[in-house]
Design a protein around this ligand. Structure first.
Ligand SMILES: [Zn+2]
Ligand SMILES: [Zn+2]
Length: 449
């Protein structure tokens, strides 16, 4: 039985929720004229938008090797009369559009990199591209839809540049390399890449954005549907490495050796209690996975070492730090109890992506209008996204755009990163409308504060 006061609170919260959900969510636009212009200009360049997307799809490039893509982007932005900077974080492009009227600064970001995935034949614009990934020859494909993001942001730049005289503020376009990680060196080396590298090179300065927006296409939603979520939306991702060192010996005389195999096994089981017994799951769903375990050379030798690797996912910075400490403590103490040694290394790759509550609430009706009412509040995503680093610095919102053709079931669609991942071109114009509409609304709303 719930506590009566609690059930009262629960009932009250239901009433509040009820009020919220019955409030007309497609509220009036603050800038109906500008939003209408966005809609008609986006429709006018839809054919060009699709052609760009297909061209970029056919010529995918890996992280920090996006020279052709960056060239296309820079040429387009220069033609629009924007102030363009290239070579940011190696292959990134940044451009600034100054509206004729004074106002705040909005940054919009698209990522440009592809993945080491082989695309099957079929599409007339299917990729046959090859590339170098960590020194290996690989096939390359836009299997995460960053081709769509790049083309959408090119179109948004054209739409907003065409409204320059009426724009109350400044828009910064950020075309980012290496969201999926670098391809020329291993993640976890001393180098940084992608969003982090751009921030280090001052992309969020001069002018400093007041808000940042971006989108990701997803196989989880039907074509043209927009999904969003306030607060933590994407998980942090850390790489876990554990090296267990024992003492090599004859497996017929295990008492003369220190066995890292049994110790590593105990550590794997011990780590299962990090989430189940120690983590505050009210604060953050959490995952600790040991995914590889390697050691030994022969059936009758106790090896010297066993090496393991895995991944850690959380949605909260505090929980993340606690999980790292717990993993260290459990691993080191289990090893010590076996007279072995465990060395734990955690490589922090991506922070949790946390959408700004106030910005999300303000922009939800804008997204709803841009998608003609086809919006949904999504679950958290277990995937990570380095847009999180921009959101650590500047309030903003990162939302999803469905790309699964309407006659197909998203639950059966090939996911992002699959060779069969497929973008329905009809969704692209919705992405353009959404990003451009969010921008003009933010600029106008901030002015009214
Ligand atoms: Zn991806
Ligand atoms: Zn992606």
């Amino acid at each position: 039985m719930p506590h009566p006061l609690r059930s009262l609170a629960f009932a009250t919260s239901l009433i509040v929720l009820g009020v919220l959900t019955t409030t007309p969510s497609r509220a009036q636009s603050l800038v109906p004229d500008l939003e209408q212009q966005v809609r008609s200009k986006a429709a006018q360049i839809e054919d060009k938008l699709i052609a760009w997307r297909r061209d970029i799809h056919q010529h995918p490039e890996l992280g920090e090797q996006e020279t052709r893509t960056a060239g296309l982007v820079a040429e387009h932005l220069s033609k629009l009369g924007l102030d363009v900077k290239t070579g940011v974080a190696r292959t990134g492009v940044v451009a600034v559009l100054k509206g004729a009227k004074p106002g705040p600064v909005v940054a919009l970001r698209a990522d440009m990199d592809a993945l080491p995935v082989k695309e099957p034949e079929g599409l007339p614009f299917a990729s046959k591209a090859k590339g170098k990934y960590l020194g290996r020859d690989v096939d390359v494909m836009h299997a995460c839809g960053h081709d769509a993001h790049t083309a959408i942001l090119m179109a948004v730049a054209e739409v907003l540049a065409g409204m320059k005289d009426e724009l109350p503020g400044t828009v910064k376009f950020i075309f980012q390399p290496a969201e999926e990680g670098p391809s020329l060196y291993a993640a976890g080396s001393d180098k940084i890449w992608g969003a982090k590298a751009m921030i280090r090179e001052g992309v969020l300065q001069d002018p400093k954005p007041d808000a940042v927006f971006g989108l990701h296409v997803t196989s989880g939603l039907p074509s043209g549907r927009i999904g969003y979520r306030a607060g933590a939306a994407n998980a942090s991702a850390d790489e876990l490495r554990i090296k267990v060192t024992g003492k090599q010996g004859h497996a017929g005389y295990p008492w003369r050796a220190v066995d890292p195999v049994t110790t590593a096994s105990q550590i794997v089981l011990g780590l299962q209690t990090v989430v189940s017994r120690r983590t505050d799951l009210m604060k953050s769903p959490t995952v600790v996975s040991v995914s590889t375990i390697n050691g030994g050379s022969r059936f009758n030798i106790v090896p010297e070492t066993v090496e393991m690797s895995g991944t850690i996912r959380t949605y909260d910075a505090g929980v993340r730090g606690q999980v790292h400490n717990d993993i260290r403590q459990i691993s080191e103490n289990i090893a010590e109890s076996a007279n072995a040694k465990a060395e734990v290394e955690v490589i922090e790759l991506y922070d949790p992506l946390v959408n700004h509550d106030k910005v999300t609430a303000r922009m939800a009706p804008v997204l709803e209008r841009a998608a003609d009412g086809d919006v949904v509040v999504t679950e958290r995503s277990g995937a990570s996204e380095d847009f999180s680093f921009f959101l650590n610095e500047v309030p903003g919102l990162f939302f999803n755009l469905g790309i699964v053709p309407k006659d197909q079931d998203p639950s059966k669609a090939a996911p992002n990163h699959s060779p069969n991942f497929l973008v329905d071109d009809k969704a692209l114009v919705v992405g353009v409308r959404a990003l451009a509409a969010v921008t003009v609304n933010y600029l106008a709303a901030a002015k009214m504060d």
